[in-house]
Design a protein. Structure first.
Length: 89
């Protein structure tokens, strides 16, 4: 199961400037990070779920691309989001 509507709304409200602005790059990074955290917890109990592991790797790559774009366009915002989400870089 993916993130619930309430969880997504909470992430959008916390990281977006507007509750309906789901397209903001910071919001997208936060949503992908939340999905990565959910899948990481899932793998603690389902070690042999290789199909979902492939999805996790795709999400990590997607987040990496989004972070790279944010770093190019807005370095200050990049530093804030990496610190806030505690992403290793």
């Amino acid at each position: 199961m993916a993130l619930s509507k309430e969880d997504k709304a909470q992430v959008v409200l916390e990281y977006g400037k507007d509750p309906k602005n789901t397209g903001a790059i910071e919001t997208q990074i936060a949503l992908v990070s939340a999905r990565i955290a959910y899948l990481t917890e899932h793998f603690k109990t389902h070690k042999k779920d290789t199909n979902s592991r492939r999805g996790l790797l795709k999400l990590v790559g997607q987040r990496r691309k989004l972070l790279k774009y944010l770093q190019r366009t807005n370095l200050e915002s990049y530093r804030e989001i990496v610190e806030k989400l505690q992403i290793r870089k």
